[in-house]
Design a protein around this ligand. Structure first.
Ligand code: ADP
Ligand code: MG
Length: 238
């Protein structure tokens, strides 16, 4: 369960990245976070991940009140989440295996469990045969699959993906989209930021749209408008 209650984020230079955003995401949902560049998508994901603090409002993720969570407990929140970036962010001097195992090593999983989890994660993303390669020996689409394996290897409740197909050609991007939906089918809540409507059309699901930091639209999979606008400080259910 994710609840954002009237949150606003203003950066130090005065930029208002999020303005009075309220929304709820149920466990197991697949949500597209849409909006033009600069509309606040990445900021919203970072707020959920405990990486940016809000200036106003409350943020609840799973059983964590993120807004009042102490700095030294943020890692507990992050253990419930996985994060996938547009540019993969793999460690180039580590093998595929090491890139994924690393996440578990820092949280002291036993050696044999690390091995079996890494293999399972690679199997899920279809790259078991790449286990001892280096990222540079993999294509862009493969590198994103490795990054996804790394993001899910600890069985997170929530997977956040920030424009994960942004650097990929449409066909490869579609493969990544299908993979994220497959992960969602296993019960993981997925929130995927994108500005690409054609992806949404390929695999429809709930769409939350930001405009200049405001929540502009919230449409369910069957296109029911859940929330029209929060701009007036009110929400209309129609
Ligand atoms: P999106 O991911 O939708 O492109 P962002 O969340 O990255 O949007 O950015 C929202 C707004 O906040 C933009 O105007 C952006 O320039 C600004 N912004 C993002 N990060 C910072 C920062 N660290 N400092 C100041 N402004 C920022
Ligand atoms: Mg962004």
């Amino acid at each position: 369960m994710i609840i954002l209650d009237n949150i606003s984020k203003r950066f130090r230079d005065g930029t208002k990245a999020l303005q009075q955003v309220s929304l709820e995401v149920e466990p197991g949902e697949f949500v597209y976070l849409k909006g033009k560049s600069g509309s606040g998508k990445s900021t919203l994901l970072k707020v959920l991940f405990g990486q940016e603090k809000v200036n106003q409002g409350q943020v609840l993720v799973s059983d964590f009140m993120v807004t009042s969570l102490k700095e030294n407990r943020i890692h507990e929140l992050r253990r419930k989440m996985g994060f996938v970036f547009q540019d993969y962010q793999l460690l180039q001097y580590k093998t595929v295996y090491e890139n994924i195992a690393y996440v578990l090593e820092v949280t002291n999983y036993p050696e044999d469990e690390i091995r079996s989890r890494v293999v399972d994660a690679l199997e899920l993303v279809g790259l078991k045969h790449k286990v001892f390669d280096f990222p540079r020996d993999c294509s862009g689409g493969e590198q994103q699959r490795i990054a996804i394996a790394r993001a899910i290897v600890h069985d997170p409740l929530i997977l956040l993906a920030d424009e994960p197909t942004g650097n990929l050609d449409p066909h490869t991007g579609y493969g990544i989209l299908k993979l994220l939906h497959k992960i969602n089918q296993t019960g993981t809540t997925v929130i995927m930021a994108t500005h690409d409507q054609s992806l949404v059309d390929k695999m429809p699901s709930r769409v939350i749209e930001l405009e200049n930091g405001y929540l502009a639209k919230d449409r369910s999979k069957d296109h029911t408008m859940l929330i029209l606008s929060s701009r007036m400080g009110e929400q209309y259910v129609i």
